[in-house]
Design a protein around this ligand. Structure first.
Ligand SMILES: *Cc1c(COP(=O)(O)O)cnc(C)c1O
Length: 428
């Protein structure tokens, strides 16, 4: 695509966009009485209008049927999560029985580590990306401590090369090979939250398995953003949250994926609860835990129906779109358009005002650009904020902007870019 810097060009692209009517399904924060330009879906996705109705439906069910809702034909709460697994399995590229919906992300990471981090005297190391999201760092560190190992020795972080921001796949693989003898687990994000780099999950999984280690992924920034193929990649487990690109509300319900090859493996330890017991016998309340088959066997507690109602409303929109492919096609154009503008402004002002640290290849990124501002970064960001652009600032000098194909327009990108242009002329 050859981009142009005119408003008409952006409006033309919006006109041709076959997903344009999906914007109507979301509620936008207001700025001075008008819809804000929301470029922060990587942090908290927007609220689908249909959420209120789905919650209201479940509140009415609760009101009218009380505890009977778990079985009542109108509510069927006991199976409510099944309505979420179908759309999620398409987004994740898994079999339906390989996933379930439960808890929060970091909690699920701990539960998965109980099963898949089983350090021994000889094999105890975990390889992860340097600069992983803090919650993941804390979780891993505490697990290593819990097992009586020293995090400094057991955790191997792989960093980009000197002066670089993108981590090379070959460097990840060679770290795995170098540590193979002691390696228990490779845990990576699908997309790094800070740089927006998508990792080669298949290559990482293959290398981990060759080293006799498990491969697990935190998909917080990848799910609903890029097409995933967890089953075919042969990943052992994954966790995610639903409140970023999945638009399922603050602290929304999370989920887990476990590859089917692990279903019958009784060697895998679990922290269990009654909701992981096979549903047919769950209410017999007998002693002695027998896990449900599939990922549901990792469930612990009663389904939080109201969180699941938000999730359902949000996932219905993904179903209506009909596949990640369509979203990704628009995402490539939309993020490409933002990239075009940043380069255009660099050229216009004769220098590298903005350095994009997100990969330039569309196949290794999603709907996010992380931009280092060489001068006046915070002031530029404030100018955007004061004029109705909601983005994300990371100290000391990074702006993250995330144009989301479900609800952002090319005009949104155009408007943000012209505000950046104004901020340069005001501040220089
Ligand atoms: C957003 C995010 C989290 C947040 O975890 P919660 O348990 O939902 O608070 C954790 N890890 C990564 C990689 C994230 O992007």
């Amino acid at each position: 695509m050859i981009y142009q810097d005119s408003l008409e060009f952006a409006q033309d692209l919006d006109e041709q966009d076959e997903l344009k009517h999906f914007r109507e399904k979301f509620l936008f924060p207001l700025h001075k009485g008008k819809d804000a330009i929301y470029l922060c879906g990587n942090s908290l996705g927007l609220q689908p209008k249909s959420v209120q109705e789905e919650i209201a439906k479940q509140l009415t069910n609760w009101q009218e049927h009380g505890v009977e809702c778990w079985f009542h034909p109108e509510a069927r709460w006991l199976e409510y999560h099944l309505r979420l697994k179908q759309p999620l399995s398409k987004i994740l590229g898994t079999k339906s029985e390989e996933i379930t919906v439960m808890n929060s992300l970091t909690v699920n990471l701990h539960l998965m580590l109980v099963s898949f981090y089983k350090p021994t005297k000889n094999k105890y190391k975990i390889i992860m990306e340097g600069g992983a999201f803090p919650s993941d760092q804390y979780a891993i560190e505490s697990q290593v401590n819990f097992h009586g190992f020293d995090p400094k020795e057991a955790i191997v972080e792989v960093f980009p090369r000197e002066g670089k921001y993108i981590l090379r796949t070959e460097d990840i693989i060679s770290a795995i090979e170098q540590n193979a003898d002691e390696l228990a687990l490779v845990l990576f994000s699908g997309i790094n939250y800070y740089t927006g780099q998508m990792f080669d999950m298949k290559a990482i999984t293959d290398a981990a398995h060759k080293a006799g280690a498990y491969a697990g992924f935190d998909l917080a920034h990848a799910i609903g953003n890029v097409q995933l193929q967890l089953h075919d990649w042969n990943a052992d487990f994954a966790v995610w949250c639903s409140y970023k690109y999945l638009n399922s509300g603050p602290g929304g319900i999370s989920g887990i994926y476990v590859h089917e090859k692990h279903f019958e493996n009784r060697e895998l330890k679990r922290f269990t609860g009654w909701w992981g017991y096979g549903v047919g016998k769950r209410f017999l309340m007998t002693s002695g835990f027998v896990p449900a088959s599939g990922a549901e066997g990792w469930q612990v507690s009663t389904s939080p129906i109201l969180l699941m109602a938000v999730h359902k409303a949000a996932l219905d929109i993904f179903e209506e779109v009909g596949g990640m492919e369509k979203l990704q096609k628009k995402a490539v154009l939309l993020t490409g358009y933002l990239e075009y503008w940043l380069k255009h402004l660099n050229n216009k002002y004769g220098g590298e005002l903005f350095k994009i640290i997100t990969p330039s290849e569309p196949e290794w990124r999603g709907s996010q650009l992380s931009i280092i501002c060489k001068r006046n970064g915070k002031a530029m960001f404030d100018h955007l904020s004061n004029n109705g652009v909601i983005g994300d600032w990371r100290e000391p000098d990074v702006i993250r902007l995330s144009p989301v194909p479900l609800y952002n327009t090319f005009k949104d990108v155009y408007s943000a870019a012209t505000l950046l242009n104004d901020s340069i002329t005001i501040l220089e």
